[in-house]
Design a binder for this molecule. Sequence first.
Ligand code: ACO
Length: 329
Amino acid sequence: MSSMINAAITGTGSSTPKRVLTNFDLEKIVDTSDEWITERSGIKERRIVENGIASSDLSLEASKQAMEEAKVTPEQIDMILVGTVTPDYLLPSTACILQDKLGAKNAGVMDIVAACSGFIYGLSTAQAFIQSQQCKTILVIGVEILSSVTDWTDRNTCVLFGDGAGAAIVQDTNDDRGILATFLSGDGSLANLLHIPIGGSKVPLTEDNIKERKHFIRMQGSEVFKSAVRSMGDATERILKLGGITSEQVDLLIPHQANIRIIEATARRVKIPMDRVFVNIQKYGNTSSASIPIALDEARKSGVIKPGSMVALVAFGGGFTWGSALVKF
Ligand code: ACO
């Protein structure tokens, strides 16, 4: 046993809406085909919420599962970190709404806006608060209702996105396991390649600008693709170096699920064979900050991640933001 305080993931949970939207359903909405979507992205279907379901609702379900597994009561939670770009409201934070729904009245609360990297940013923040001994138990969420910011007339984007939430309880431990290293980065000069142009303080919503559909996600897909491949490869290499391990020692790589071709290119670059890479993009599409915690929960519950497993997480998203984490279970 070492005297160092580590931050361990002691419970996970996930929640995806019941409603399934298949590529064949999308063929009826925009000029696309199952063949194009499958070949170009690897996505077969995605989950979409019913009207009225908010990010805090999906987060609540995922959080309860994670808390139950970790045997954590609402009062024990010191901090709630919610990674999302689709909050319930602009004000207050979704973390505040979730705190109330959980009854986690002793928790500090904040949202983290890092798009698809939101969960990695959350894990890194949790690790820092735990290792500095300011917190003992932190609830980290990645949640998106991307369907609420998707332009359902734009085939370039609407075929890619889905809704979902994933949660993790992160707790202090003296054991030699947990979040071994994290790496965070970004490049704000490329903000315009993936953004929601209006609805913030720069261009508040008006009846006229809403008609131009600029309150939905706009993306330059092929530019984002190139940056994603480069940055996810870099971030994976960086985290292995920080953790002092080689790619052979990684039991599982969980990349952000944006496009199967980005995942395969990242795996090739870091020399991790695809049988050690977790993929569920075919079921959920790109759920932004939720994709990694949903995958993490599925990998743990299906037994792919066992006690002792060395797992690398890597994400890239709007901002641009990117980052990685190395976790020993
Ligand atoms: N169905 C049919 N054709 C389509 C569709 C569609 N749904 N969408 C685009 N096309 C067409 C385009 O119009 C284009 O036609 P053209 O050549 O006549 O102009 C053609 O298909 C090829 O388009 P490309 O953009 O070159 O296709 P590409 O191979 O780049 O794949 C994709 C597009 C899937 C969007 C890819 O670029 C991608 O995955 N990009 C990265 C997205 C991503 O990783 N985002 C991460 C962050 S997301 C976040 O932060 C919320």
